[in-house]
Design a protein around this ligand. Structure first.
Ligand code: FNR
Length: 334
């Protein structure tokens, strides 16, 4: 089974709300090598059934309440990594086994400091429990033959961090992503590239450096960040949330172009109004302009389309799907 080597790869980091199918495909089109999904909690996925959707050519994991929890498309099949939140090895392994055919890799979130994660014992809460980390990774490895990674933050003490990463290495993961901040540190704090460098020189599996967005303003900066961390690959979140064309070797694109490219994919894959608005708001940057204000005032998907001159295309697509473009009640499924 083919697995990623994580050798000089440039990766879209997992981002809740942002890392859904349209944005992942956009980033892959622009040149990123691997696209991580937003974090999805294991229990939610385990309540889903798999549906091959002929309307969009997608594979959907649909919750019992009808919500699409994970949507993927053959165009990303070789390059998409699903990130899950978990605190239960058996559940993580059940997700791994259930989803293996539709994803190129699986990642376990061990860095999220948000309350909803930590309270459930997931995300950064796992960092305090190396035994559980080991069990989760071993049980996933036993049933999952594709790329397996986890994404951690630094522990307050470097000795503890090194002990943890050595333990993670023994589980058979293909790579380790390291955000160079502790659970308590916020994005304004300096990312600890030196700590990532020490980790990379301590273990022999590839290390994916993360946390460097503040210093990434060009394609060349991505490689500078990798070298500063002595890492094998780089994973980017905030920098590409604002400007996914940073993934382009050929150079960056104007905002209008990126928004237009995103908009088309959001229509093609029936992205929800709320998600589309959130993603475009990030791409928009400054919304204090008259156009920005007009955008913020939109109340449904079609109104967003109107701002970016996509209403004709949207109406055509909606009619092809046998729906009425003026019926907005159908579109917002969260
Ligand atoms: C994140 N981050 C994050 N991390 C994770 O492991 N799973 C997730 O679902 C999310 N969600 C998320 C949403 C948004 C909007 C942001 C900005 C960030 C953290 C992210 O992957 C990354 O670790 C940090 O943002 C640091 O990397 P950058 O931004 O400096 O490249």
């Amino acid at each position: 089974m083919k697995r990623f080597k994580y050798d000089n790869d440039v990766i879209l980091a997992p981002m809740v709300r942002m890392g859904t199918l349209p944005f992942r495909l956009l980033c892959l089109d622009y040149g990123c090598d691997i696209a991580y999904s937003e974090e999805i909690v294991d229990t939610k996925l385990l309540q889903c059934r798999r549906v091959e959707n002929p309307v969009f050519g997608t594979i959907d994991y649909v919750h019992t309440d009808g919500e699409i929890i994970f949507r993927t498309h053959p165009d990303e099949a070789e390059r998409v990594v699903l990130q899950i939140g978990t605190a239960v090895p058996e559940q993580a392994a059940a997700v791994a086994a259930m989803m293996e055919r539709d994803i190129a890799g699986l990642d376990i979130n061990m860095g999220c400091p948000k309350d909803y994660s930590v309270k459930g014992g997931m995300g950064a809460a796992l960092l305090k429990n190396p035994e559980l980390i080991e069990q989760i990774l071993r049980q996933c490895r036993a049933v999952f033959s594709k790329s397996l990674t986890c994404k951690i933050r630094l522990l307050p003490r470097m000795e503890d961090t090194l002990e943890l990463v050595k333990r993670i290495e023994t589980t058979g993961v293909d790579a380790l992503a390291v955000h160079g901040r502790t659970k308590e540190e916020r994005p304004r704090h300096v990312n600890n590239c030196e700590a990532i460098r020490i980790i990379a020189s301590t273990i022999s599996i590839p290390v994916i450096a993360n946390g460097g967005s503040a210093d990434v303003h060009s394609y060349e900066d991505i490689e500078k960040f990798r070298l500063a961390c002595g890492a094998s690959s780089v994973m980017l979140a905030r920098a590409v949330q604002r400007n996914p064309s940073l993934f382009r070797k050929e150079g960056q694109l104007p905002r209008e172009q990126m928004i237009s490219d995103y908009m088309k994919k959001a229509i093609d894959f029936d992205c929800s109004y709320r998600n589309t608005k959130y993603a475009i708001q990030q791409l928009f940057g400054d919304t204090s302009t008259p156009r920005g204000q007009q955008f913020l005032a939109t109340r449904d998907f079609r109104e967003i389309c109107e701002i970016f001159h996509y209403e004709k295309y949207y109406d055509e697509q909606i009619r092809l799907r046998g729906r009425d473009p003026n019926d907005q009640s159908l579109e917002d499924r969260g």
